[in-house]
Design a protein around this ligand. Structure first.
Ligand code: SF4
Ligand code: FES
Length: 256
């Protein structure tokens, strides 16, 4: 396949950036999207040009470090697929691809396609720790977790922190990400003691980082590679409201 790539190039945070067009003449349909960029970069290096900077680590869809806008869609055209798991067979010979970094004020562009997502780390850190006894590990069966709570918590824990939800949202809202992080602990018995403070602190941090609020476009859910449901946003909103209205309500077993 022969493709034409329009790639965002930006030296550093202060550079204004611009699109540069590259030809990619020998693309195999079996290459992943990142392998295609590797091949383009090898050629740029051979020609003495600066390679395109992009983030990646696992290349297995689990670490959340990759992620670019491909023709205006976060992670590209395949549903529930990270950019590293996207294969070039999803495109046609002769296609033109526009490749850009995430666009959101709280994710400043560091270089080319690489953005700074440490705002997400600070939201997670604001959630703090769960209360757990130190000492020898308790028997696994001592603390029973209702199956529906375990399933929901697992669904929320699937979030890989990629930031596609923010990039796709017209408000650059981080509510899907934050809701997933609030919920995966808030649904479990072990997460109950700090459930309300956690929701309150993480939402406050999210606001302080400059992310917008949710106005129910649901673009986040549409691009999320882990198919995190917007129902978690509703759940986080309920926990947040309760944390403000009732400072220390009674907490029960598995969350609802
Ligand atoms: S909610 Fe989905 S899109 Fe957002 S950071 Fe988590 S995995 Fe990525
Ligand atoms: S490189 Fe890890 S999810 Fe894509």
């Amino acid at each position: 396949m022969k493709l034409t790539l329009k790639v965002w190039r930006q030296k550093d945070k202060s550079d204004r950036g611009r699109f540069v067009t590259y030809e990619a003449p020998d693309v195999s349909p079996d290459m992943s999207f990142l392998e295609m960029l590797d091949v383009v970069n090898e050629r740029l290096v051979r020609e003495g040009q600066e390679p395109i900077a992009f983030d990646h680590d696992c290349r297995e869809g689990i670490c959340g470090t990759c992620g670019v806008m491909i023709n205006g869609i976060a992670h590209g055209p395949r549903r529930a697929t990270t950019a590293c798991q996207l294969h070039m067979r999803s495109f046609k010979d002769g296609d033109h691809l526009t490749i850009e970094p995430w666009r959101a004020d709280p994710f400043p562009v560091l270089k080319d396609l690489v953005v700074d997502r440490t705002a997400f780390d600070r939201i997670v850190a604001a959630g703090g720790f769960i209360t757990a006894r130190t000492g020898s590990a308790v028997d696994a069966n001592m603390l029973l977790v209702p199956k529906p709570a375990a399933d929901s918590a697992m669904d929320a824990a699937a979030c890989i922190g990629c930031g596609a939800c923010v990039a796709a949202c017209p408000n650059a809202s981080a509510m899907l990400f934050t809701a997933a992080k609030v919920s995966h602990l808030g649904l479990l018995p072990q997460g109950q003691p700090e459930r309300w403070e956690r929701a309150s602190a993480m939402v406050a941090r999210m606001d302080a980082e400059g992310f917008g609020t949710c106005t129910n476009h649901f673009e986040c859910e549409a691009v999320c590679p882990k198919e995190i449901s917007v129902q978690f946003i509703a759940r986080m909103n309920r926990d947040y409201l309760r944390s403000r209205a009732v400072p220390r309500p009674e907490t029960g077993g598995g969350g609802d």
